[in-house]
Design a protein around this ligand. Structure first.
Ligand code: HAM
Length: 514
């Protein structure tokens, strides 16, 4: 590598470069590399005549915000087999450039943020020894039809496909996980520790952090019956929070166990079949009036006495109080105590608190349940999970103890915004490579290929642009180096390099470029 003084400037594009890169060697020659012959093959566009099947939420979908109420679903669960009549697009009208309501585009800056978040999800999962899995976004509708009257069922995006199958866009990942575990059978040794990051669809009433599509990070442990599983899962979420700058002052976990309810209900001889229905009703507390809750509980065979007792237990915020009520012998209290003791060993006691009112809104939970919440109370649940030891048998399989959680991408971003903790993620392409003459475009391509082969990111200038433009672009992409391919240097097997942060400039042999 040797710096060489500027000698002669012939090319108009070099004027600016000469002033800004001096003492670069900038002799312009008509170089022997020929520009590639333009050989664009005609692109054949085959426009499909097919149109998609109608897709719609269940007819019973929760009433939505004002303009939602104008939306008329084409077909619900009993939707017609035939698709809606094909309507040719009117190309004279400009299309609505917004994505469908409740969905998001991810332009580059949003995509960088999403990748950063997912990278953290993935790295934390791997720190805990979990393997990544994924499932189809489109699943059989039957996976989500459970008897307990969950909200998630009313929010299903479901339709009939061209083969008359009822299908749904997945609203969550857990049923797919259960399906895959059943499919794999005994070929996968237990315990299974899997994680996934996938898009979920719910025809949801939109509020801050709640959308019609969201991405969920899930971690699940299959085959561990002890609360060591739940303790490990909460530890992974705490690790994630710490990594992204969230502290125990910002968020906490409310923890309870569905076994608390089970013990109260069995004391009042409430039938087993009412259990998950009662949980779903209780999960609506705070969202609908208490009188309504009581009425609904009565309707699933809970006596007024049982309801009053239940509500009293649900108001408990102390494990000691719960122990006084239920006694120490039951599974509910002993498992909760074990979890709180493990939390101490893991070192995250300050993040968790007992709160009997947490039951979660999904029917399949059977034991410990937990929810991450923002301590300022401005946002909806950040994440949630628990034990679901009997999900597999609802699909006709043999039950295996299981626990896991789901963590959405939307609420955490809102929280990071609130706390001014959003990371700065500028575009960074290490090198920008530019030829100083159209005839040297091929040479610049070779330079880019060599650098990329060495693992360096390169933005190759593809058109004949003035250097002013090249510098602007270099600044926009935060390039560290500008590499110019000029004919005199190229003839000597050299290229010109400018370190953009310091202004240092030199020539370097093409082969030694790294
Ligand atoms: P979930 O509580 O329904 O649980 O959802 C988990 C998390 O997903 C929520 O805490 C929230 O962060 C996010 N989330 C849910 N719905 C939306 C939405 N409409 N918009 C934005 N974010 C949303 C489950 O889905 C369980 N399957 C979790 C699980 C995994 N349990 C065991 N394993």
């Amino acid at each position: 590598m040797a710096a060489s003084p500027s000698v002669l400037i012939l090319h108009p594009r070099l004027t600016l470069f000469a002033t800004s890169l001096r003492p670069f060697s900038l002799i312009h020659h008509q170089f022997s590399l020929r520009p590639p012959t333009p050989s664009r093959l005609p692109i054949l566009f085959a426009r499909s005549r097919n149109h998609s099947s109608s897709i719609s939420p269940l007819p019973t979908a929760t009433p939505l915000s004002t303009d939602d109420s104008k939306e008329t679903p084409h077909a619900g669960r009993s939707g017609s087999v035939s698709s809606p009549p094909f309507q040719a697009a009117d190309y004279s009208q400009k299309i609505d450039v917004n994505p469908p309501k409740g969905t998001r585009d991810f332009p580059p800056e949003e995509m960088r943020l999403r990748n950063w978040l997912f990278q953290n999800f993935r790295e934390v999962s791997q720190l805990f020894g979990f393997e990544e899995v994924d499932y189809p976004v489109l699943e059989s509708e039957a996976l989500y039809i459970r008897k307990a009257g969950e909200e998630i069922r009313d929010q299903l995006y479901c339709f009939e496909d061209r083969g008359n199958r009822r299908v749904a866009l997945r609203p969550e990942l857990t049923p797919s996980l259960a399906r895959l575990v059943m499919q794999k059978g005994k070929s996968v040794p237990l315990p299974i520790k899997w994680f996934a990051v996938g898009q979920c669809w719910r025809y949801e009433r939109m509020t801050r952090g709640r959308r019609r599509e969201h991405y969920q990070w899930n971690m699940d442990i299959i085959g561990v019956p002890d609360v060591t599983g739940e303790a490990e899962l909460i530890s992974s979420i705490v690790t994630f929070f710490k990594r992204i700058g969230i502290t125990a002052r910002d968020v906490g976990f409310k923890i309870s166990s569905r076994k608390v309810l089970q013990e109260v209900l069995s004391f009042y001889s409430v039938p087993e079949t009412s259990f998950s229905k009662a949980c779903i009703i209780i999960d609506k507390m705070g969202k609908i009036p208490l009188e309504e809750i009581k009425k609904e509980l009565n309707s699933v065979e809970l006596s007024t006495e049982a309801v009053d007792e239940l509500l009293q237990v649900l108001s408990m915020k102390s494990l000691t109080e719960l122990e006084e009520k239920l006694g120490a012998a039951g599974e509910a209290v002993s498992e909760l105590k074990q979890l709180f003791s493990l939390a101490e060993k893991f070192g995250y006691s300050e993040w968790i608190q007992f709160d009997a009112s947490v039951v979660r809104g999904l029917a399949y939970y059977t034991g410990i349940v937990f929810e991450g919440f923002d301590r300022e109370g401005k946002l909806r649940a950040i994440c949630g999970g628990g034990r679901y030891d009997r999900l597999l048998s609802t699909f006709g399989g043999d039950d295996i103890p299981a626990c896991g959680f789901g963590f959405g991408d939307a609420v955490i971003i809102e929280l990071l915004k609130e706390r001014k903790l959003l990371p700065e993620l500028p575009l960074e392409v290490e090198n920008i490579v530019c030829s100083l003459d159209p005839d040297l475009q091929g040479a610049a391509s070779s330079v880019a290929t060599v650098l990329r082969g060495k693992g360096q990111c390169v933005d190759l200038v593809l058109e004949n642009k003035p250097l002013k433009w090249v510098f602007k672009r270099a600044a926009r992409i935060n390039a560290r180096r500008l590499i110019l391919v000029g004919s005199s240097e190229w003839q000597r097997g050299m290229v010109s390099v400018k370190i953009l942060s310091t202004g240092e400039q030199y020539e370097v042999n093409f082969d030694e470029l790294g």
